[in-house]
Write a protein that binds this ligand. Structure first.
Ligand SMILES: NC(=O)c1ccc[n+]([C@@H]2O[C@H](COP(=O)([O-])OP(=O)(O)OC[C@H]3O[C@@H](n4cnc5c(N)ncnc54)[C@H](OP(=O)(O)O)[C@@H]3O)[C@@H](O)[C@H]2O)c1
Length: 447
């Protein structure tokens, strides 16, 4: 994309180009988008050599209480925007699948370009929406859907377009990272910390999408599609949340030199792609393990460029709206230059890749058995693991009972997940095992 007259800040005046925006949603991100345009209008118009205006705003009827003087921009019918021929771009910041999907599709059919931060919609219906964009020659931007203010998608699409990404280790859910960081750094139980996070507004009233790994999976699908130019859907993702991670596991992980993080993992070994979200033990000395609180992070490995990392605010109104504005400027430039829709990452010939199934994963594992306080327990567990080709790397056995049982923690060398699960099923049937064994994966090389 070539932006005209970047060097001349005043050139936009009198050029006659106009870009009119229809804004759907005027909450945390929508309000911040409005604010950024208000603050940077002059520079943005100079970059685009065009007058840029938010012409209409649609919500369920509510105004944004933190923004005054918006005049009569509010409309109460979506069609007032969708059928307005003078509006060339819609910015969808409502969230949810319906009616966002309907509005976006109608906008595209009516020849408008679209910018959205809606990860759930793109993860579930992205491919259909991208096809529609191609058919109707509409541009689409969705940088803010993954990693909030971190320009991860643009880095992959532009900076790494000539490279081949082999792996991505990411922290892409602020709520989960906040809870696990608190449990690690200050101690405490999952439920208590979640409650405090909700009181402070760091977690939603219904946090299930965040703590069950669904939100991370949505983002990982979008990231994977771009990283591997591949057709990936939500059902391809192995998803496990953080609800089962206890303070006991956090302590044992620390003793073993690890921290537990909810990771979004992509791996491409040239034949199959792995795409998974789960709590993971990563070395305490790694940079990724020190990304705490509501921060997000992406640690990539590219074949030629090598390791690359990006860290920053994965959420928050202004940070997320900054990414939305980045998309707007890129798409605005394309509109002004009458560029055709062209996105090599979103075309239909996306690689039909093979996805690695859960049973084929090879990983190291952390296992916490809840055993009776009896001699011979360890011998029985070790025999089952050995009989199933699971080799032990380290072991911690504490004499002290926790919740009525003695924890035995074993880490394994690399093992096949199917064989591991088979052996744990056998262990859990032993009369000396009192509760379901905790299984977590270990990643030693995250950066
Ligand atoms: N907040 C973040 O930090 C963040 C980060 C990354 C991505 N995102 C994404 O950005 C999008 C917006 O998030 P947000 O945090 O700004 O949400 P929000 O604060 O809840 O605001 C949502 C806005 O959309 C409007 N809206 C919702 N449903 C609607 C409907 N059915 N019809 C008409 N208007 C509707 C709401 O209007 P009313 O007030 O009238 O209900 C409100 O103005 C979501 O897709 C979210 O996943 C957010």
């Amino acid at each position: 994309m070539e932006l005209k007259n970047m060097e001349n800040k005043d050139i936009s005046k009198g050029v006659g180009n106009k870009i009119n925006i229809g804004l759907f949603g005027f909450g945390t991100v929508g309000g911040s988008f409005y604010r950024i345009l208000d603050i940077r209008k002059k520079e943005i118009e100079a970059m685009l050599s065009a007058d840029v205006t938010i012409k209409k705003i649609f919500t369920r009827g509510n105004r944004n209480p933190s923004i005054d003087n918006i005049g009569n921009l509010m409309v109460n019918n979506a069609d007032d925007i969708l059928n307005d021929k003078s509006i060339n771009v819609i910015v969808e910041l409502m969230g949810g699948i319906d009616p966002a999907k309907e509005y976006i599709e109608k906008a595209i059919k009516n020849g408008k370009s679209v910018i959205t931060a809606n990860k759930a919609l793109l993860a579930e219906h992205g491919e259909g929406i991208f096809k529609l964009c191609k058919k109707h020659n509409a541009h689409i931007g969705f940088e803010a859907a993954v990693g909030g203010g971190i320009p991860i998608l643009r880095s992959i699409k532009n900076g790494l377009a000539g490279d081949s990404i082999t792996s991505v280790f990411s922290i892409i859910n602020g709520t989960s990272n906040y809870i696990l960081s608190k449990m690690t750094n200050e101690g405490g139980k999952f439920d208590d910390i979640l409650k405090k996070a909700q009181e402070k507004g760091y977690a939603e009233a219904d946090p299930s999408f965040d703590i069950n790994g669904i939100d991370s999976a949505h983002k990982l699908v979008i990231l994977g599609r771009l990283a591997f130019a591949a057709s990936i859907s939500l059902k391809d993702v192995i998803i496990e949340g953080i609800k089962e991670v206890s303070d006991i596991d956090i302590c044992f992980a620390r003793d073993l030199g690890y921290k537990i993080k909810l990771l979004g993992i992509l791996k491409n070994d040239d034949s199959k792609i792995e795409i998974r979200v789960h709590p993971t033990l990563i070395p305490s000395a790694s940079l990724l393990s020190n990304v705490d609180g509501v921060f997000n992070a992406f640690f990539l490995n590219a074949k030629f460029a090598g390791p690359i990392s990006l860290t920053g605010y994965g959420a928050g109104g202004m940070a997320t709206a900054s990414a939305v504005m980045g998309d707007f400027i890129e798409i605005g430039g394309k509109i002004i230059n009458s560029e055709k829709h062209h996105d090599i990452f979103l075309n239909e010939s996306s690689n039909k890749v093979q996805i690695k199934r859960k049973k084929d994963i090879i990983s190291r594992y952390y296992l916490r058995f809840s055993a009776m306080d009896r001699p011979g327990v360890l011998a029985k567990i070790s025999k089952i693991l050995g009989d199933n080709s699971i080799s032990i790397s380290s072991m911690i056995q504490q004499g002290r009972k926790i919740d009525g049982s003695v924890p035995i923690v074993i880490t394994t060398h690399e093992a096949n997940e199917e064989e591991l699960l088979k052996s744990i099923e056998l262990c859990d049937k032993l009369d000396i095992i009192l509760a379901k064994t905790m299984i977590l994966r270990i990643e030693d090389n995250v950066n």
